[in-house]
Design a binder for this molecule. Sequence first.
Ligand SMILES: Cc1cc2nc3c(=O)[nH]c(=O)nc-3n(C[C@H](O)[C@H](O)[C@H](O)COP(=O)(O)OP(=O)(O)OC[C@H]3O[C@@H](n4cnc5c(N)ncnc54)[C@H](O)[C@@H]3O)c2cc1C
Length: 549
Amino acid sequence: MTEINRRRFLTGAAAVGAVTAVSSVASAGPAKASTASVPLTASTQRAVVIGSGFGGGVTALRLAQAGVKVLVLERGKWWPTGPNAQTFPHAAVPDSREIFYSSWTAADAVEGELPYAGLEEKIVGDNITAVVGAGVGGGSLVYQGMTLQPTEEVFSTWFPSGYDYSELNSVYYPRVAQMLQLETAPDTLINSKTYLPSRVFAANVQAAGYELEKIPMPIDWTYALDELAGAMLPSYTNGDCAYGVNNGGKHSVDVTYIAQAQATGNVTVQVLSNVTRIARGPNGTWLVYVDVTDTSGNLLSQQIITTSALFVNAGTCNTSKLLVRASAIGDIPDLPEAVGQGYGSNGDQIYLWQDNAQNLGTPQGGPVVYGSFQWDDPTIANTVIQASMPPIGVDLSGLENLLPSLAFLGEPLLLNLYSTILVGYGVSSVRGKFVYNSSTDAVDLQWPAAGDATLDARINQRITAIAGADSTVTNTNTLSNTTWHSLGGACMNSVCDLEGRVLGQRGLYVLDGALMPGTTAACNPSMTIAAIAERALDQIVLNDVGTVF
Ligand SMILES: Cc1cc2nc3c(=O)[nH]c(=O)nc-3n(C[C@H](O)[C@H](O)[C@H](O)COP(=O)(O)OP(=O)(O)OC[C@H]3O[C@@H](n4cnc5c(N)ncnc54)[C@H](O)[C@@H]3O)c2cc1C
């Protein structure tokens, strides 16, 4: 395989996350920035929110509804969706829209493609790679959308006792469910041809003696049914939704929380605006340093924004990095010592499952239909789900040059791995940390080798049992340990209070994945991040709006 084709293959495979894990490319580091002098402006805002994912979306909407003018700073761009749009990249034809420019590598440059403010950033740490979203809507643009609420027993084991689970259960989780319009996949769809892997998974889970559940998703499944009827091009029914859903019907944060926030007239979303530094200013203010870029990450202008309310909601890794650096270089004196600590991987384990008895092949309907919860023991609670394998393309152009007779194959050639994806995740008491590196002036993610070993063994046992004897399962995390579900770094009770107020720092808040205690209790993170933020905003609107800011 030529270098170009190898890169194409790996990038295409990255669409599934599973094969992301086998990529050995390292992060290229910071954004491309022109060294030429650029305009610098200063302004003052009442409230600034960094990031437009779940934490940013909830914060912007609830503050705006309380009458607060809010500026949302988002490093990525808008990604408008369908029906039948071509906004998002197709896994079959990898292109620059997949990768955020800070993850751009030398291998990418070989092709002459420009770096882009694409959808995913890969943060390569010690013993772990964290994949995070970029763009208006944050991780919700590329997430599958599994929206799970933990049980009281598992939640109470891992979250501080100050939370009243019954209140979360009766008010805040339902509020999130209503905002995201959760639905499970209809049987008509599941019984259609391309959802064979979902049906095989369901049968095998039950044969192995485990419980089976349909997973609530933020999806209007009539879009998928319309695809079946031929009224739309495939997005769901061929699993081509790993980099966003071109047909729409996915209730991601941009089209729910952020859209409603903008409709109040109180919210401005400023895109392609990368916050490089935060600092404490004079008289109880906060300073936000912003690089405004083009879509390739080239610096166009700089801003210094002063505010009395700063919500650092840039997602677990980037919120932690901003805070750890601010602490280390003295921009924010007296931050709690635990800042940067308490990082958890959610125990993600991404497997390829090849069933030798039947061809699970391509195309596969997606993104996710069924899962199996094992939540009875809160100390080892875990979830296993089946996700569709996207139609991965292989660029043969280099090979065709060498062997012109291959040209008839055309491009892209779809790679059939005869496999589907199984993902396991759950609770683990192991934690990593973010550490300032003075020689690079950057913040590094450190994760202990074999950190989640106990949970991994339990997940492996379950996945092996579900796959059955006549199967081959490959744990891609043993090749490269990758997580989609980073949590912690500015944890509740050690860095922040339960409403995300950073301890001892009036007007500074964290309301995203970084606030979580390194876990979301055996569930995917988004629903709990949003529910905790919803609860916090009720308190902040009641107690801080009009007093702190
Ligand atoms: C491939 C994939 C699949 C996933 N599947 C699921 C799933 O099915 N279910 C689930 O619950 N979770 C899933 N997740 C995880 C989920 O997306 C995250 O847990 C969730 O989005 C975190 O919300 P957040 O508010 O903490 O941050 P994010 O949603 O990550 O939002 C942070 C935002 O801040 C922006 N930002 C970052 N740094 C800066 C900066 N310096 N300046 C300006 N803006 C900045 C980012 O661009 C981003 O838009 C998945 C994640 C990935 C990557």
